[in-house]
Design a protein around this ligand. Structure first.
Ligand code: FUB
Length: 328
């Protein structure tokens, strides 16, 4: 594990040393956005001593043919890892590489991704899986074909999230077009295990759901979160529900992230990380600067996430200063 992570940590050290004029003084706050460039749908994870972010490269379809990743030891200094996955390594993926989801399993890294933005069952594409020995890649196609290549329960096969339950079972939670499915992944991620009722894809769509699902556990409860509104407009936002099981039922509690007309608009498609040592929770999301109108002008930002005494998520204030430096 340490050896594998060394690539990310070593890359960070090298870039910090090389950066002309870069100060050794650690900034007190991350600032928002976290790094330059248009990057959306950020999947934030913690691997060892590194915070890592895997976003969509936010550009026209035809240019969305790769993913970059970013890593940081403290949330303030970020190192870019270029082209960790490229469509040249996935023969069926042509464009619209979207919304990575990554898990580390058995000393390998599995990167789930959407490709081709399919509009019907006859189109080629959907949700795929890539694999690498290092979190910074290079990732190669794992299956040689998509993992999900059809619409089930009306859900477009995009916006995947991989959730590991307390018992070790991995689930794929995904879906665009206002439908969300959950499916039990096989242990080797080559396919799915049907639920007891014989169905493979179980719909868990809550009220107002549009896309961008994610799930985490807190005090034994399952927090399910998603984006609502339209991602190209100002009203994109994040809402959530809490349940006693990963399959719900999920009753919408309310919105916790949205635009602030003084800061940015279109705040949504997020993920959550928990620094268990410092017991700090963070929401990593994208938003559109007030100066921008183009749909793809989205940048990756971070805020601290707080719960009240009942375990409800407090509404997030979006900021330009971001979060305080915090090592792992
Ligand atoms: O970035 C492409 C698409 O925009 C994502 O799949 C959606 O969730 C929206 O954020």
């Amino acid at each position: 594990m340490l050896l594998i992570l060394a690539a990310i940590n070593v890359a960070g050290t090298a870039q910090q040393k090389q950066g002309p004029g870069k100060s050794a003084v650690q900034p007190a706050y991350s600032g928002n956005p976290l790094f330059p460039g248009w990057y959306a749908d950020p999947e934030a994870v913690i691997f060892g001593k590194s915070y890592c972010i895997y976003p969509t490269y936010s550009a026209a379809y035809a240019k969305q043919v790769f993913f970059d990743a970013f890593s940081s030891p403290n949330l303030t200094r970020w190192t870019k890892h270029e082209r960790i996955l490229d469509t040249s390594a996935v023969k069926w993926a042509k464009y619209a590489l979207w919304a990575p989801a990554i898990v580390e399993k058995d000393k390998r890294y599995f990167l789930f991704f959407g490709a081709n933005d399919i509009q019907s069952d006859s189109a080629k594409g959907g949700i795929g899986v890539a694999v690498a020995n290092n979190p910074a890649g290079p990732f190669k196609d794992y299956l040689g074909h998509p993992l999900v290549d059809k619409f089930h329960n009306g859900a477009q096969p995009i916006d995947q999230y991989v959730f590991k339950d307390k018992d070790g079972q991995y689930y794929l939670i995904y879906g665009g077009w206002k439908h969300c499915n959950i499916a039990k992944l096989k242990n080797d991620f080559t396919g799915f295990i049907p639920f007891e009722d014989g169905n493979t894809f179980r719909e868990i769509t809550p009220d107002k759901y549009v896309e961008g699902p994610c799930m985490f556990l807190n005090n034994g409860k399952y927090y399910f979160m998603w984006s609502e509104g339209g991602w190209t407009g100002p009203d994109y936002s994040v809402a959530y529900a809490i349940a006693d099981s990963p399959t719900g039922p999920f009753k919408r509690i309310g919105k916790i992230l949205q635009q602030d007309p003084a800061i940015a608009n279109g705040a949504g498609h997020h993920s959550i990380i928990h620094n268990t040592k410092a017991n700090k929770w963070y929401i990593v999301y994208h938003r559109r600067p007030l100066t921008e109108k183009a749909a793809n002008s989205r940048e990756t930002c971070i805020e601290e996430l707080f719960f009240d005494k009942e375990g409800l998520i407090k509404p997030v204030t979006i900021t330009t200063k971001g979060v305080q430096a915090q090592t792992l």
